[in-house]
Ligand binder design. Structure first.
Ligand SMILES: N[C@@H](CCC(=O)N[C@@H](CS)C(=O)NCC(=O)O)C(=O)O
Length: 281
């Protein structure tokens, strides 16, 4: 980059509201609601406000897995939150998630209702509530929580770091692409080594750690996210591919991935989910 094109940060950062990029209509440097907006409430104990992104489907996969186990109290309404039009900044949504990001969950079986934000917190909350997909012995539970927290801390490098600069930024810049490609490949290698001698992330048991990690790293090795499969040489992570295919074959995972998806082939979309029959095409 020539000297005259170099960005020199001012002493104090200022918000350039005229900047145009893929997310400039929703990104802002302050938090809180920007408008009064009521959320719809369905009939089930659990109300999910979400979108079928990797963070969103972690929770719908978990709920579908719980229902598949026969946990009828896990019945839920999944309402669509369109983050592209700023629905995450409505007052009712912000009351559930002050961080204005999907997913947001409300458990109305309690009085007063319990709010949960952060997908990892939702997985732990649901695992404890329904006593499922969460090892009981301290050593295995610690391993499960470690991988779950690993996912929560790592995925922003894959999405917000690598994906943003490789696929969405207005220019292809070598420095951030190189920085985040290196980190994503390191993360894939961490997973690959762990899965080389474990069926699932924490051993033989399928847990919330797998449910959290599959939508990001499973999609990365199986679904060419950010059109970067070749660039990242995902085929070399053979153990991650084996694990991801095994998870993807689960009917509950396939159902969970369809919920709150207003994109993709028409017959696969379940834009809102209010009952099991919503999956019938
Ligand atoms: N750590 C959060 C991340 C949630 C998140 O980043 N959600 C994105 C969609 S995947 C979002 O709502 N973005 C809207 C925005 O940034 O305004 C979680 O796992 O729940």
């Amino acid at each position: 980059m020539s000297e005259e094109n170099q960005y020199v940060p001012p002493a104090v950062w200022k918000w350039n509201q005229d900047a145009v990029n893929k997310f400039s209509n929703i990104n802002r440097p302050v938090s809180g609601a920007i408008e009064e907006k009521t959320l719809a409430v369905g009939v089930h104990p659990l109300q999910l406000y979400s979108l079928g992104t990797p963070n969103g489907v972690k929770v719908t996969i978990m709920l579908e897995e719980l229902l598949a186990l026969g946990k009828t109290q896990a019945e839920y309404d999944a309402h669509l939150i369109n983050i592209g039009d700023g629905s995450q900044f409505g007052s009712d949504f912000v009351a559930i998630n002050p961080n204005s990001k999907i997913p947001a969950l409300l458990d109305r079986s309690a009085t007063p209702p319990i709010r949960i934000f952060e997908s990892g917190a939702m997985l732990i909350y649901l695992a404890e509530k329904f006593d499922a997909f969460y090892p009981k012995k301290p050593a295995q539970r610690a391993e499960c929580l470690s991988w779950l927290m690993w996912q929560m801390g790592s995925a922003p490098y894959l999405g917000g770091g690598f994906g943003h600069f490789y696929a969405y930024a207005p220019e292809k810049l070598e420095y951030p692409i190189d920085r985040f490609a290196m980190e994503v490949k390191r993360q894939l290698d961490v997973l690959d080594k762990n899965l080389s001698n474990n069926k699932f992330l924490c051993g033989d048991e399928y847990t919330i750690a797998d449910i959290a990690t599959y939508p990001w790293y499973g999609a990365c090795v199986l679904h060419n996210i950010y059109s970067a499969a070749e660039f990242l040489d995902v085929e070399s992570y053979t153990h991650v591919i084996r694990w991801a295919k095994e998870i993807e074959a689960r009917p509950a995972v396939q159902r969970g991935c369809r919920v709150n998806r207003p994109w993709g082939p028409e017959e696969t979309r379940v834009v809102e989910r209010h009952s099991a029959s919503d999956f019938d095409v």
